[in-house]
Design a protein around this ligand. Structure first.
Ligand code: ATP
Length: 416
């Protein structure tokens, strides 16, 4: 079955809000065997909306819409569907009663224009929306030229839409789609570039089911194995031997799979060995500590972190003035000493130090994106230095990923 998504709203069209609904829905379609061919965004305009629905009905079996179900004049999704199908809207008496009760239960007087949200057309049934006031519409129609079609209209607010999708829409669509199910497995690697990974797994890339894709992400290079089969289990069985082979080829550069996060994976490694860590960061401004503490349970291994932006603060925390003098504050030596000082100050097993240039201007002759990162485990510092500027925030994020990668590498090398 072919599907397409239409997101409705002028604010999305103008880029004022991100169309996360389309992204969400798109990601939910492959596992239930629906093929997504088109996505479009239309503003709050009856004529253009009607055009978009008409076009979608000509080429897609299922049209998935979000937004425009509110009570105001510019919420036009229902009107556009009715106009496209040439049907009259009517008030659904039961729905109206329920909506009036909803308002009175909250002690709020009923705005008469909300009656609009209880309207239906003969080919539509209401989809319950316990999180909001606008039910969705499930519309089944037969087009003389193109056959059976389904239009599903869901509310714009993502929390309402997602609940409706999960509880009401997806189960029914999945049953109707009946065909193949696409399951994907993502293996996450770090430390080796995209083209090199591509070469390493070249023998696997010929595979048609699962298909294999290699792509770069902020936290490393991902390998996506996607298999289509009658059932989810059959798809997983197709993936398993290819995943095994990929793991054999790539070994320890695979740090996780699917929803795994690098900070959590590294945290688990520390936890498993009863080890602790501390950080001293400069140009990342606390992002490293923040990323580490995004993980539940990080208090069992993270002792704390310093944001030592100035040289003076670094020295106050025990970083060697001589090293700063000799090599400059942006240097691998100072990163190593920051890692040592953090480790010692907080009496932890590992220390991480980060110093560099996150901004767009050179500092002390070092170009934007210069980065020195070090890990200290009480023996000698191990470090990585590079220069790669991608804008301030992305540069900081890359440094954090690299720091976690370095810590993981150290934990893998020094098993005791
Ligand atoms: P309401 O009853 O709240 O008016 P609605 O179905 O009419 O709901 P819209 O008015 O189009 O939906 O959008 C309401 C809000 O939902 C928007 O302001 C926006 O915050 C969010 N929203 C709408 N569409 C999307 C989308 N495609 N992606 C993410 N958020 C969206």
């Amino acid at each position: 079955m072919k599907a397409e998504i239409i997101s409705v709203g002028t604010e999305i069209l103008l880029g004022e809000i991100l169309d996360s609904n389309s992204q969400y829905i798109a990601s939910r379609l492959p596992p239930i065997g629906l093929d997504l061919y088109y996505q479009s965004t239309v503003g709050d305009n009856l004529e253009r909306l009607t055009d978009a629905i008409e076009r979608a009905l000509q080429r897609s079996d299922v049209v998935l819409m979000t937004g425009g179900l509110g009570p105001t004049e510019d919420d036009l999704t229902r009107e556009a569907i009715a106009a496209t199908l040439g049907e009259e809207m009517f008030v659904d008496a039961d729905a109206e009663k329920a909506l009036r009760a909803f308002f009175s239960a909250r002690g709020v007087s009923f705005p008469e224009r909300n009656v609009k949200q209880t309207m239906l057309i003969p080919s539509a049934t209401a989809i319950p929306n316990p999180r909001g006031t606008a039910p969705g519409w499930w519309v089944e129609t037969t087009r003389p030229d193109s056959g059976d079609r389904i239009i599903i209209a869901m509310p714009g607010p993502p929390n309402e839409m997602q609940r409706m999708w999960e509880k009401e829409v997806e189960p029914k669509l999945s049953e109707l789609a009946g065909g193949g199910i696409l399951i994907s497995r993502v293996l996450k690697t770090i430390g080796v570039g995209e083209s090199h990974i591509d070469e390493m797994v070249a023998p696997l890339l010929k595979s048609l089911n699962p298909t294999i894709g290699v792509y770069a992400k902020p936290d490393g290079v991902y390998l996506r194995l996607a298999a289509k089969a009658e059932t989810a289990q059959a798809a997983r069985d197709l993936i398993a031997p290819v995943e095994e082979e990929a793991r054999r080829i790539l070994g320890e550069i695979i740090w996780g799979a699917d929803g795994d996060e690098l900070a959590a994976v590294v945290g688990e490694m520390l936890k498993a060995r009863g080890l602790t860590m501390a950080t001293m960061e400069s140009c990342t401004g606390g992002l490293l500590a923040s990323t580490i503490t995004d993980i539940d349970g990080s208090s069992s291994y993270f002792k704390g972190g310093y944001v030592s932006y100035t040289s003076k603060m670094k020295m106050n925390l025990g970083v060697s003035a001589d090293l700063i003098e000799k090599h400059g504050v942006i240097s691998s030596q100072v990163a190593g000493d920051m890692a040592r000082a953090a480790r010692r100050a907080l009496d932890s097993d590992y220390g991480i130090g980060v110093t560099g240039v996150a901004g767009a201007d050179a500092v002390e002759g070092h170009p934007p994106g210069t980065m020195h990162i070090a890990v200290h485990d009480g023996r000698a510092p191990e470090g990585i230095s590079y220069t790669f500027y991608q804008g301030r925030l992305a540069t900081k994020r890359r440094a954090v990923t690299t720091a976690l990668f370095l810590l993981r590498r150290s934990l893998l090398v020094h098993k005791t």
